[in-house]
Design a protein. Structure first.
Length: 413
C-alpha cells in the first residue's frame, strides 16, 4: 500500500512539474518581486496624492519619489539629482537622441551599432530618413565592437555616440567605459542603453564619463511602464516631453508614483544581491549551457568569444527552425524566445545574429534563454531534460522522407 501511495505521489509531482510554467525569458520581462508589489500598493490606494501638490497629504508621495531616486542612484553609483524618471527605456533613449541633436551646433551626425535594440535603431533610422547622417558600426562573429573603428567613425560634426551596454539577444557586454573615454577625449556626448545591464553587473557612473544612461524597471523585477534616464550633472539636456516642470523640468507629466516606488524598491534589491553575490543566476545559466552543449550535437553558443551578462544564453541549433522550436517548448510550458520580444511575430530574422554572421543561417535557428533569480534548480533540471528532446524531435520531423522535407513549423502546428 505504501508503495502504491508513493507511486501516486510521484505521478502527481510529475504532472505538477510538467504543468508548471518554466519562465526562461527574463530579458523580455521579469516577475514582479512580491516585496516590490507590497511597497507599491499603498500608493495605489491610501497615498494617492499628487507629489507636486503643496499640502501635507501630498508630501508622502513626494518623499516616496525622492526615496526611489536615492535607491536607484545607489545602484547606479551616481547622484540622486542625476536621475530622471520616465515611462521606460524606449522613452529614455528617444529623449537622449532628441536632446543631443537639439544642443549640438556642429552638425547632425550620430554613431551607433548595428546590434542595438529597436528603441535606438528605430529613432536613428528615422533620423537617417530625415537627412541626418547615421553611422551603424558592425560587430565581429562574437558580437564584439572594434574600438578603432568606432574612434575613426567620430567626426567633427558628430552629435552623439550611442552604444548599448549589454546586448538583449546575446548578452554580450560592450566596452562602454572605454567607449565613454574615447568620446570624452573627442568632446562628443556618449549614451548607453543599459536596459539589460542594470541590476546584473556593478555600475559606478560617477567614475565613468558616461553622459546618458537608459534603463527599465521591469528588467530587474520592477513594474512595467516605468524607467529612468541618467543625465550627468555636467551635461546639458532638453526634455522630450514638455509640461508642468516635473522632474526638475526635465520630463513633464505627473509622476507615476506607485511605479516609481516599485522601481526604487527593485533597485534596492538589485544592489543588495549584487553586493552579496548570492543571486546564483550565473551558476544556473552555466549549468544549463554546459548540459545543452554537451547533450545536443550541432549546438553552439552565440557570443561565446565575448564577455556576457550572467543570465543570458543564445544557442544556435543546427537543423531546426526557431519558430517551430518555440511552439514545441511552449507546449512543454517552457518560455524562451528567438530574439528580442519586441520583434516576436516578425518574419525577419534577428538583426543582431545577422550582424554577427551575415552569411550564416544562425539567426533563424537560435533560441535565447534568459534566467532570473526566481528560477529554481528544479526548473533548470526540467529545461535540461526537455530542450534536447525538442531539438531531436524537430530534426526528425525535418529529415527528408522520400526526398521531400516536411516543414517543422507546419508539423508542430
Amino acid at each position: 500500500m505504501q508503495g502504491l501511495q508513493r507511486a501516486q505521489l510521484s505521478l502527481q509531482w510529475r504532472v505538477m512539474a510538467e504543468d508548471e510554467i518554466i519562465y526562461l525569458d527574463n530579458n523580455a520581462t521579469t516577475q514582479l518581486d512580491p516585496a516590490v508589489l507590497e511597497e507599491m500598493l499603498p500608493f495605489l490606494t491610501t497615498y494617492y496624492g499628487n507629489p507636486s501638490s503643496g499640502y501635507g497629504f501630498a508630501a508622502k508621495a513626494r518623499k516616496a519619489v525622492d526615496l526611489a531616486r536615492e535607491r536607484l542612484a545607489a545602484l547606479l553609483g551616481c547622484e540622486p539629482a542625476e536621475i530622471v524618471f520616465t515611462s521606460g527605456g524606449t522613452e529614455s533613449n528617444n529623449a537622449v537622441i532628441n536632446s543631443a541633436l537639439q544642443f549640438e551646433p556642429r552638425g547632425k551626425h550620430v554613431v551607433t551599432s548595428a546590434v542595438e535594440h529597436s528603441a535606438v535603431l528605430g529613432p536613428c533610422q528615422d533620423l537617417a530618413k530625415r537627412g541626418c547622417d547615421v553611422t551603424f558600426l558592425g560587430v565581429d562573429q562574437h558580437g564584439n565592437l572594434d574600438l578603432g573603428e568606432l574612434e575613426a567613425a567620430i567626426r567633427p560634426d558628430t552629435a552623439l555616440v550611442s552604444i548599448m551596454w549589454a546586448n538583449n539577444e546575446t548578452g554580450v557586454l560592450l566596452p562602454v567605459e572605454k567607449i565613454a573615454e574615447i568620446c570624452r577625449q573627442k568632446g562628443v556626448l556618449f549614451h548607453t542603453d543599459a536596459v539589460q545591464a542594470t541590476g546584473k553587473i556593478p555600475m559606478r557612473l560617477r567614475d565613468t564619463p558616461i553622459n546618458f544612461l537608459s534603463l527599465s524597471a521591469h528588467k530587474f523585477h520592477g513594474p512595467k511602464g516605468v524607467g529612468a534616464l541618467y543625465v550627468n550633472r555636467r551635461t546639458r539636456f532638453s526634455p522630450l516631453i514638455a509640461g508642468g516642470g516635473q522632474e526638475n523640468g526635465r520630463r513633464g507629466g505627473t509622476e507615476n508614483v506607485a511605479s516609481i516606488v516599485g522601481l526604487g524598491k527593485a533597485a534596492e534589491f538589485a544592489a543588495k544581491y549584487l553586493a552579496e553575490g548570492k543571486c546564483g543566476i550565473r551558476s544556473i545559466r552555466d549549468r544549463f549551457e554546459k548540459s545543452v552543449l554537451e547533450t545536443v550535437s550541432g549546438a553552439s553558443l552565440n557570443g561565446a568569444g565575448a564577455p556576457r551578462i550572467p543570465n543570458t544564453s543564445s544557442v544556435s541549433f543546427e537543423g531546426i527552425e526557431s519558430p517551430a522550436a518555440l511552439l514545441l517548448l511552449d507546449r512543454h510550458r517552457i518560455c524562451c524566445s528567438a530574439g528580442s520580444a519586441c520583434r516576436t511575430g516578425s518574419q525577419e530574422a534577428s538583426h543582431v545574429l545577422r550582424a554577427m554572421n551575415p552569411s550564416g543561417d544562425g539567426a533563424r535557428r537560435s533560441l535565447r534563454f534568459s534566467f532570473g533569480r526566481f528560477n529554481t534548480e528544479a526548473q533548470i533540471d526540467r529545461a535540461i531534460e526537455v530542450v534536447p528532446r525538442v531539438i531531436e524531435k524537430l530534426r526528425q520531423i525535418a529529415a527528408p522522407v522520400g526526398g521531400n522535407a516536411i516543414s517543422p513549423v507546419a508539423t508542430a502546428l
